[in-house]
Write a protein that binds this ligand. Structure first.
Ligand SMILES: [Zn+2]
Length: 86
């Protein structure tokens, strides 16, 4: 769901999604829960994130990554132990 966000410069609710201009922006967009926006009122262009949503998502993501790291390291440790014992 899209929640209207005010422009950081002029405060107008006229932000529209802007296309990524280069690989750097595309990469950032994938890593971080932010998107490029352009204001129709003042022509500001920049990054905007939805904090309420992103906090929840990033917390869930962090928990997932953390548990994945623990599971993987346990598997690797077990594999190493088996290899050493041979
Ligand atoms: Zn603006």
């Amino acid at each position: 769901m899209q929640i209207p966000k005010p422009c950081p410069k002029c405060g107008e609710f006229q932000l529209n999604r802007s296309r990524s201009k280069n690989i750097f922006e595309k990469g950032l967009k994938r890593i971080l829960p932010i998107k490029t926006y352009r204001c129709h009122a003042c022509h500001w262009r920049g990054w905007v994130s939805n904090r309420k949503i992103t906090q929840e998502v990033s917390l869930r993501k962090a928990v997932l990554i953390y548990s994945a790291v623990i599971v993987i390291s346990l598997i690797v440790a077990n594999m190493l132990r088996i290899m050493i014992l041979r």
